[in-house]
Design a protein around this ligand. Structure first.
Ligand code: CA
Length: 223
């Protein structure tokens, strides 16, 4: 597993590098946004840990640029700012998850494991609902035969909804399953990802994902 750490605080960057290497990851370091984007564009990483406040180019811009350039590597944002707004901006920019500084190493490695987790091979690998097809092995989504670019978390979310087609899943179930961790208070992470998935699958199919007020979501395939 190859990880890129983009963090301008030298001590933190090198500390992360050392700690993750001990856990068996191959780690590269970049110390500003431009360098980070350049490295990430090689598309050789399994995960990018990306600080938001960076010299030369900020992390959110780097994240957006990478997604626009079809780099689908899971991105874990690091943020010192603990406001809801920043979290939403971060996830809107195409990041998969975020961690608020300061954090414990155990917390970081738990997030990394969650982001790198692959679906179990015993489950069916081709899921269909109306015009939407998910290939969970190639991690591809098509809508009416046309390819759609989803981030890893968006993909996992849509996969979870499709595996539970016509049943209601709660935000907590989604968080638990797709993020692997129980977020305490801000289930808005789910709502933001749902919004992104709806946008990406297009207007005609967005309505298949229904909001169940106060509970969660359901993907309907039987209307
Ligand atoms: Ca920084």
């Amino acid at each position: 597993m190859r990880v890129l750490v983009v963090e301008d605080e030298k001590k933190l960057n090198l500390g992360l590098k050392r700690a993750l290497r001990k856990k068996g990851y191959n780690v590269d370091s970049a110390f500003d946004g431009e360098e980070g984007e350049l490295f990430a564009e090689d598309n050789v990483y399994d995960l990018i840990i990306l600080d938001i406040l960076l010299p030369k180019k900020d992390g959110l811009t780097v994240c957006k640029n990478l997604r626009e350039n079809k780099i689908k590597t899971p991105i874990l944002l690091l943020t010192a700012k603990d406001t809801l707004e920043d979290k939403i901006i971060g996830l809107d920019s195409g990041a998969d998850d975020y961690l608020i500084k300061p954090f414990m190493l155990d917390e970081l490695t738990a997030r990394i494991r969650a982001l790198l987790r692959r679906p179990q091979s015993s489950l069916p690998s081709l899921l269909k609902a109306k015009g939407i097809t998910l290939n969970t092995i190639r991690r591809e989504v098509t809508v009416n035969g046309k390819h759609r670019d989803l981030t890893l978390k968006e993909f996992n979310l849509l996969e979870f909804l499709m595996r539970n087609v016509n049943s209601v899943v709660t935000r907590e179930q989604i968080l638990d399953h797709v993020w692997d961790l129980a977020f305490n208070s801000f289930t808005n992470v789910v709502d933001v990802h749902i919004k992104n998935v709806r946008k990406k699958i297009g207007r005609e199919h967005a309505g298949l994902i229904k909001t169940v007020r106060g509970i969660g979501y359901t993907l309907k395939n039987n209307e």
